[in-house]
Write a protein that binds this ligand. Structure first.
Ligand code: HEC
Ligand SMILES: [Cu+2]
Length: 326
């Protein structure tokens, strides 16, 4: 049985995936509504259970005193009938109005002013992110500027997935042939975690989500760095790796700006600037990169990258090359 490696978590957050620990306005609307429903239900529960306990106790006292006959009957009491019709109606109306307001806040039909457009494409079993206004393409780690609304346009390349980062936004299904869009934003800098929330095949459990919220200036710097075409490989080994990458089928599945334009797998143009690989399942360092390329099926069995049976020399060259792609 495959047990997912412990993914690199984010620092700081006590509950990194709790909807009750919102980090932005969209998630706050949802958690406020959740608290209201929980609060109302608890109040109703306390009143109903209280009446029940009261009825049991007061009824039992009479039984102990051998009081004969039935208790007082309230059948047909207009007051009681009216109360238990009107009170629940008011509760339902309040919940409906609150829900409508939350839907109105959360489910916009157009991007909010000043929003940053990002496209997310769900693949078995990883996420592609495109920033259409700057031409940046990356995978699995969504970088956003703190405080600015994000307009996330959602598509699928294959089956139904679901994009869900609970501290930032509600769950959004990713349906093939049915593009949708929604907004969220983050008030806090930091890393936010999530998980594909719609069963999508073998590696569904290994399809994690990471959102990194940084300051506006750090975000602009990141965009600038991601737009750049990587410099020519430096070391001898990396130069060999560059040739191996082009000679093998790697280049058919992966894009590296200036080198290859495969679209089946994640864009690797600035791979080494990411913190994880395999859709968030393992931290990215040279050792895991080597392990991944030598046999991705060890780290993520069933994933759509084949093991290419490379010899150790090719492997070292590829790792040296990819590790220079900052
Ligand atoms: C048949 C297409 C295919 C081929 C060939 C292929 N890959 Fe991949 N690769 C993928 C897919 C699909 C993924 C995403 C797997 C996942 O996370 O589920 C991937 C993931 C990766 C990743 C991790 C990227 C990330 O950000 O998570 C690296 C690195 C990588 N491949 C390098 C290579 C190298 C180097 C080669 C050549 C030796 C290669 N790949 C050949 C399809 C391919
Ligand atoms: Cu999925």
């Amino acid at each position: 049985m495959w047990i997912p490696p412990t993914p690199p978590l984010c620092d700081g957050a006590t509950f990194p995936t709790s909807i009750l620990s919102p980090a932005g306005p969209a998630a706050s609307s949802l958690s406020d509504a959740t608290w209201l429903v929980i609060g109302l239900c608890c109040a109703i529960g306390i009143v109903v259970e209280g009446l029940l306990v009261w009825a049991i106790i007061s009824g039992r006292k009479r039984a102990n005193q051998n009081a004969p006959g039935e208790p007082v009957q309230v059948f047909g009491s207009n007051k009681v009938e009216l109360a238990w019709t009107i009170i629940p109606t008011i509760i339902v109306i309040v919940l409906a109005l609150v829900t409508v307001r939350v839907i109105r806040d959360v489910d916009l039909t157009e991007p909010p002013p000043g929003a940053l457009r990002v496209q997310v494409i769900g693949h078995q079993w990883w996420w592609e992110y495109r920033y259409p206004d700057s031409g940046v393409v990356t995978a699995n780690e969504l970088m956003i500027p703190v405080g600015r609304p994000i307009w996330l346009e959602v598509e699928s390349a294959d089956v139904i997935h679901s994009w869900w980062v609970p501290r930032l936004a509600g769950k959004r299904d990713v349906i093939p042939g049915y593009p949708t869009a929604f907004w969220f934003s983050s008030d806090e800098q930091g890393t936010f975690l999530g998980q594909c929330a719609e069963y999508c095949g073998t590696m569904h459990a290994g399809m994690l989500l990471r959102v990194e919220a940084v300051s506006a200036s750090a975000f602009d710097a990141w965009i600038g760095q991601q737009q750049a075409t990587p410099a020519a490989p430096q070391s001898q080994l990396a130069q060999e790796g560059h040739l191996v990458f082009q000679a093998l089928s790697c280049s058919n599945c992966h894009s590296i700006k200036g080198t290859s334009d495969g679209l089946f797998g994640p864009d690797l143009t600035h791979l080494a600037s990411r913190k994880t690989i395999g859709s968030g399942i393992v931290q990215l360092d040279e050792a895991t990169l080597r392990l991944w390329i030598s046999d991705p099926q060890v780290l993520k069995p069933g994933c759509n990258m084949p093991s290419l049976n490379l010899d150790p020399k090719q492997l070292s060259a590829l790792v040296a090359y990819l590790w220079e792609l900052h």
